[in-house]
Design a protein around this ligand. Structure first.
Ligand SMILES: *[C@@H]1O[C@H](CO)[C@@H](O)[C@H](O)[C@H]1NC(C)=O
Ligand SMILES: CC(=O)N[C@H]1CO[C@H](CO)[C@@H](O)[C@@H]1O
Length: 146
């Protein structure tokens, strides 16, 4: 019984620290309109956390869901717009100092991309804690290609 409750609190602690690790999409907001062929900024936030973690990479993909439901970023990322290092930083410019550590990626919607809703999916890979456990999380937002 004692052991079970210890295990349970360890699990809760582990779940909390994994949650605290999570990055997220700070921009664009859900349902932002972006014209095919134009640039847009994807801001990937990486809230500060207590457990040390080492960034590996992010992949940002765009998948049209104009004619079918979005499958979710863990299943399909679609057209890869960015695949490379992730280096989230605090900003010092006035008005931006309350933002969490983040990196902005300026990406281009391909000019022949299907119009309508598109899943903007992000896969984030990092190494967690002293045990250097490899982790991957995915998250998404929807943009409207015009
Ligand atoms: C990143 O983009 C956001 C939203 O457009 C902006 O508020 C922030 O200042 C930008 N950060 C940097 C480092 O340019
Ligand atoms: C297809 C998919 O996984 N959509 C998810 C995108 O992210 C929102 C939360 O921000 C989820 O509610 C959707 O299910």
């Amino acid at each position: 019984m004692q052991l079970l409750s210890v295990l349970f609190s360890l699990l809760v602690a582990a779940a909390t620290s994994v949650l605290a690790q999570s990055a997220n999409i700070g921009a664009p907001a859900d349902m932002t309109q972006v014209a095919a062929g134009s640039d847009f900024t994807v801001m990937v936030d990486r809230p500060d956390s207590l457990t040390g973690s080492t960034e590996v990479a992010v992949v940002i993909g765009l998948l049209s869901c104009a004619s079918s439901p979005c499958p979710g970023p863990s299943a399909e990322l679609g057209t890869v717009l960015y695949n490379g290092p992730f280096d989230p930083q605090f900003t010092t410019e006035p008005g931006t100092t309350t933002l969490p550590p983040h990196e902005n990626f300026t990406l281009t919607v391909p000019s022949n991309f299907a119009k309508g809703n598109a899943q903007l999916g992000v896969a984030h890979v990092y190494l967690l804690g002293a045990s250097v456990s490899p982790e991957m999380e995915t998250f998404n937002t929807t943009i409207v290609v015009t």
